[in-house]
Ligand binder design. Structure first.
Ligand code: NAD
Length: 261
C-alpha cells in the first residue's frame, strides 16, 4: 500500500472518531504554527539552533540585566515570540472549526503565540503562558505587548513596572517557572474525560505537558497524532499521520463537516 492511500485511510479513521466524539480534545505544539512562519524549537530551523537554551531560565532573567536587555532588543526586532506580524494558518482554522462542530471541547496548547484564539478557538488552555502579554514579576500587572515595546523603542532598554518598579517579562513560562496550576488541572480533567484526543505538531519531549496524551489513552480515548516527524511516543497512538498540519487538518475537517452538519 502506498503512502498517500495510507494517509487517507488514517485521516478517514480519525474523522470517524471526531465525528462521534463528545468530549474530544486537541493538544498542540510549536509544529502547528510553523506554517504561519514561527519556527519550532527542535526542528531544522528551531529556536534552540540559534539560542542557548541554558540561558532561558527565570533565574537568569531576574539576575542578569544584560540578558533582559538582549531579550527586549530581540523583541523590538521581531526576533522573539512577542511578534505581532503573524496570522493563524489552515491548521489553526481547522481546529477552531472542530470546536464549533463539537468534535473537541477545546485545545490544550504548549504554544504561546495566541494563534488558536485568533483563528476562532474559544476554549484554549495555554500551558506555557502567552507571549501576547507582558507582566510584572512582582505585582502581576499585565500590559499588551505593543505598550511596552513602544517604551523600549523610545529608549528604555530594561523597562520597569510603572506601578511597583518590578521587572517586566513576557507572560510566558520560562525554565524554572511553575506552570499555572489551574490550567494544568483543567488540562488533566479534559484528558481524563476525553473520548478522542488529537495531538498536532509536538515532539512530545517537554514535560509535564507530554503526559496528557498518555492520560487520555489510559482512560480509553481514541488517540491520534499529526506530526511532520516521528516522536518517541508514537507507539501508544491508534493513528500516526506523518505529515504537515495545515493540509492534513483541512482534509480532516472536510470529512468531519460531512458527518456533523
Ligand atoms: P517542538 O519544537 O519540540 O516540536 C515541534 C514538532 O512539530 C516537531 O516534531 C516537528 O517535526 C513538528 N512540526 C513542525 N512543523 C510542522 C507542521 N507544519 N506540521 C506538523 N508537524 C510539524 O515543539 P513542542 O513539542 O511544542 O515543544 C516545544 C516548546 O516550545 C513548547 O513548550 C512551546 O511552549 C514552545 N514553543 C512555542 C512556539 C509557539 O508558540 N509558536 C514556538 C516554538 C516553541
Amino acid at each position: 500500500m502506498g503512502t498517500i492511500p495510507r494517509v487517507n485511510d488514517a485521516i478517514e479513521r480519525i474523522a470517524t472518531w471526531a465525528g462521534q466524539a463528545k468530549t474530544g480534545v486537541a493538544f498542540t505544539g510549536a509544529g502547528i504554527s510553523t506554517e504561519s512562519g514561527i519556527p519550532d524549537f527542535r526542528g531544522p530551523n528551531g529556536f534552540w539552533k540559534r539560542n542557548d537554551a541554558s540561558k532561558f531560565t527565570i533565574q537568569n532573567y531576574v539576575q542578569d540585566p544584560e540578558h533582559r536587555k538582549e531579550r527586549w532588543r530581540q523583541a523590538v526586532e521581531g526576533q522573539s515570540f512577542m511578534r505581532t506580524d503573524v496570522q493563524p494558518n489552515a491548521g489553526h482554522v481547522a481546529l477552531a472549526r472542530l470546536e464549533q462542530l463539537g468534535s473537541i471541547r477545546g485545545v490544550i496548547t504548549q504554544n504561546v503565540d495566541g494563534l488558536h484564539q485568533e483563528a476562532g478557538s474559544v476554549n484554549v488552555l495555554e500551558l506555557h503562558g502567552t507571549a501576547k502579554k507582558i507582566g510584572c514579576l512582582s505585582c502581576g500587572e499585565r500590559w499588551p505587548v505593543p505598550v511596552i515595546l513602544e517604551r523600549v523603542q523610545a529608549g528604555e532598554d530594561d523597562p520597569q513596572c510603572t506601578y511597583c518598579g518590578g521587572i517586566l517579562k513576557s507572560a510566558t513560562i520560562s525554565f524554572g517557572q511553575q506552570l499555572p496550576t489551574d490550567v494544568v488541572e483543567e488540562a488533566q480533567r479534559w484528558s481524563v474525560e476525553a473520548d478522542f484526543f488529537l495531538v498536532v505538531g509536538s515532539s512530545l519531549v517537554v514535560s509535564p505537558a507530554n503526559a496528557f496524551p498518555g492520560v487520555a489513552k489510559r482512560m480509553g480515548a481514541n488517540l491520534a497524532i499529526v506530526n511532520r516527524e516521528p516522536t518517541d511516543l508514537d507507539g501508544m497512538f491508534d493513528e500516526v499521520v506523518l505529515a504537515d498540519a495545515g493540509p492534513t487538518l483541512t482534509a480532516l475537517i472536510e470529512r468531519v463537516e460531512r458527518v456533523r452538519t
